[in-house]
Design a protein around this ligand. Structure first.
Ligand code: ADP
Ligand code: MG
Length: 514
């Protein structure tokens, strides 16, 4: 990609404009009181979240492709999340080696034993992609030639899925503001790049769509069935949260609706303190001991994805929410459906066909990388050899069934990691995924930690929202809502393996569609 011909002065101006936009629109990370010893302040402070200084080029055709297949992915995961027999077969094998999977599955088994009382389910999901460059570009880049200025790095690139997130999907609010920021700057020519116009920078409906689906789920729940006067949406959150600017806008938007919806936050570790069940398993929430109970229509999870959250209190909290009458966004089976192990099982020949007609299967399969199990099956045993091989492991990423970043092991680090003796019992729960070699694109990034100018890699996330009704009679389920719901776009320096903007690995970005 052509190198960016901008002077330091130009860049400084853009950064200063972006900074003001971010500070004014809440594109920030909160530093809670007492969080950092360097900051002596009696109140919380905040910093702009990492952002691209220049929108990074991304092919329009691949962007459209990713948006178009989102409803098909939604449909797939709706069906997977209701396929209890198939999930059970996989989870029963996992539970001996994967404590987290075992804990979640055991919660489901308890709920199953007494029967569910809420047939409606809600999903707010995100499918993440990178581009796989063509062989010529990959070789060129591998030889250390990252200035491919006279080559089209996107030529014959393919859209490849990194993972499908079904639980606590973040980034929708940040991505919306970053798109607005760059569209604003582009409308004024601030980027000083002739081919960077507002028309190349897509609008983002992510925040609006999340609010819409929560509103629809809330209305679908109906009036209170307990003595509570009102229903409300409840969002589970992590304590001492730095990412409030991604969560709070949802809450504020719910109160600005024509018919405002009460919306409350509860720390995952305080669920048992604030929530009880009514006689018909209505979920009753009291924000303080003296406040009147509210009946919760929808539980929207933005916490509960870390294994650490599931001590005995955490397990009971999730069980309470799961067995309640509230609509879960999402259910525990949808949560489990987002495991890397499930992603790997879905790449097996014939598995997609259980859920979708052939033409839809081929749309999705095109985006799959090779993913192998690391269990004791014949394929798993062969994969173990690859993963332990110094020469071969470099082309792979090793992943456990965990979310939230910093859990994967990349390339040449895999053999040593796997060789640790105490790892051997847990090998079964990992999957080995072929590495995606993305086209490197010249970019400029800035975060509170550092500035960066050089080759970058981008990742597109497409949000999907849905509501469906479980079928009690085994006659098929009813999909009530199924939409593509905006996107996230993140860019990182090319030598960074992970991607979590909140953890400082990458930056929010707006694709410049070419
Ligand atoms: P997590 O659940 O921790 O988000 P991911 O599967 O999304 O796990 O991996 C984290 C990051 O690692 C991704 O956002 C991406 O940047 C990188 N990554 C994951 N899988 C691959 C892959 N197959 N090839 C290249 N990079 C990958
Ligand atoms: Mg991820």
């Amino acid at each position: 990609m052509s190198s960016l011909d901008l002077s330091d002065e130009d860049l400084e101006l853009i950064v200063s404009e972006l900074e003001d936009f971010q500070l004014t629109h809440g594109s920030l990370l909160k530093i809670p009181r007492g969080f950092s010893a360097d900051i002596d302040s009696p109140v919380a402070v905040a910093r702009p979240i990492g952002i691209s200084v220049i929108p990074t080029p991304f092919p329009r055709a691949h962007f459209d492709q990713a948006l178009q297949i989102q409803t098909v992915f939604n449909e797939l995961y709706i069906r997977v999340a209701e396929d209890k027999v198939w999930l059970e077969r996989i989870l029963e094998n996992l539970r001996g080696t994967d404590d987290f999977a075992a804990k979640l599955w055991d919660i489901w088994v308890r709920v199953r034993a007494e029967g569910e009382v809420q047939p409606l389910r809600c999903g707010i999901w995100r499918s993440d992609y990178m581009l796989q460059a063509n062989e010529e570009i990959i070789n060129f880049q591998k030889n250390g030639r990252d200035d491919a200025s006279d080559l089209d790095v996107f030529q014959d690139a393919q859209l490849k899925q990194v993972e499908f997130n079904t639980f606590s999907c973040a980034g929708g609010s940040h991505a919306t503001v970053v798109s607005e920021a760059h569209r604003y700057l582009a409308s004024r020519g601030t980027h000083r790049l002739a081919n960077l116009t507002k028309e190349c920078l897509p609008k983002n409906i992510a925040l609006k769509s999340i609010v819409e689906i929560l509103e629809k789920a809330h209305r679908a729940y109906g009036p209170p069935v307990s003595d509570a006067k009102q229903t409300a949406v409840l969002m589970t959150v992590q304590g001492r949260n730095v990412n409030i600017c991604d969560e709070r806008p949802i809450e504020y938007a719910m109160s600005e609706l024509d018919y405002p919806i009460p919306f409350y936050r509860v720390s995952f570790n305080e669920v048992l303190k604030h929530c009880t069940l009514g006689r018909n398993r209505q979920l009753l929430f009291q924000s303080s001991p003296r406040s009147p109970p509210l009946e919760i229509s929808v539980v929207y999870h933005r916490a509960g994805y870390d294994e650490d959250e599931y001590d005995s209190g955490g397990i009971e909290a999730r069980y309470l929410l799961e067995r309640s009458r509230a609509i879960k966004c999402p259910t525990i089976l949808s949560h489990i459906s987002g495991f890397k192990k499930i992603q790997q099982e879905l790449t097996r020949p014939g598995v997609l066909e259980r859920y979708l007609p052939p033409e839809k299967c081929s749309l999705l399969r095109k985006t799959f990388m090779l993913i192998h199990p690391l269990d004791a099956s014949p394929e798993g045993l062969m994969t173990r050899k690859v993963a332990l091989s110094e020469g071969k492991a470099g082309d792979y990423v090793l992943k456990p069934n965990l979310e939230g970043g910093s859990n994967n092991v990349y390339g040449d680090d895999i053999p040593e990691f796997l060789s640790q003796v105490d790892m051997q019992q847990t090998w079964d729960s990992y999957i080995l995924m072929q590495k995606i070699n993305a086209p490197l694109v010249g970019g400029v990034l800035i975060s509170s930690v550092s500035g960066y100018q050089g080759p970058t890699v981008s990742e597109l996330g497409v949000l999907g929202t849905c509501i469906w009704r479980r079928d009690d009679l085994g006659q098929g389920l009813e999909v009530l809502e199924n939409s593509q719901s905006g996107w996230t776009f993140k860019t990182k320096p090319c030598d960074v393996e992970e991607m979590s903007v909140v953890k400082g690995y990458g930056c929010f970005d707006c694709p410049c569609l070419i």
